[in-house]
Design a protein around this ligand. Sequence first.
Ligand code: 5GP
Length: 187
Amino acid sequence: MITDYSDIIERVLIDEDSLHKKIKQLAQTINTYYADKGTLILVGILKGSVMFMSELAKELKVDLMMDFMIVSSYAENTYSSGNVKILKDLDIDIKDKEVLIVEDIIDTGYTLKKTKENLINRQANDVKIVTLLDKPERREVEIKSDWSGFKIPNEFVVGFGLDYNQMYRNLPYIGVVKRSVYENIED
Ligand code: 5GP
């Protein structure tokens, strides 16, 4: 059984404690914003947002419902295609509702731009975005998250919900993946 990720992880970028503190701060801001706005619909983008969404939801003190979408933009590699497809849609009708999209990371911006447009077209009252991580250097389309946890450099990260080929989502921290892992080269 592997418990040592030193072959995969170059370094820890954001430790467990910093993640928990930041999520609490984000929740406070979000609580204040939605305090008098009626039932909130949290829309988690699977699978990467799962850990962030569950931590955040526990800290939210407003009436809310949770739903999930699967939106594909990445294949089995680390690059965005610009094509975004809905693979699993919402169960809840969001017409006239306050919607908060919960995403793990905003990178090129395609996923969130398309997803937000799609939800606005369903006549939600308002659609906002919270992301745990943001890689501003990589942005290709104009889209901003309303709230975000950490700005990070242009490096491929895993952990706390984020994967590499579906692995490492369970790491309790955000770690930078060694380039040799996804470029298939020797260190
Ligand atoms: P975008 O459409 O903004 O380029 O991509 C957003 C999606 O790309 C995220 O939801 C995430 O699944 C994936 N992604 C972008 N950067 C990273 C990264 O550094 N690590 C991992 N694991 N996924 C990433």
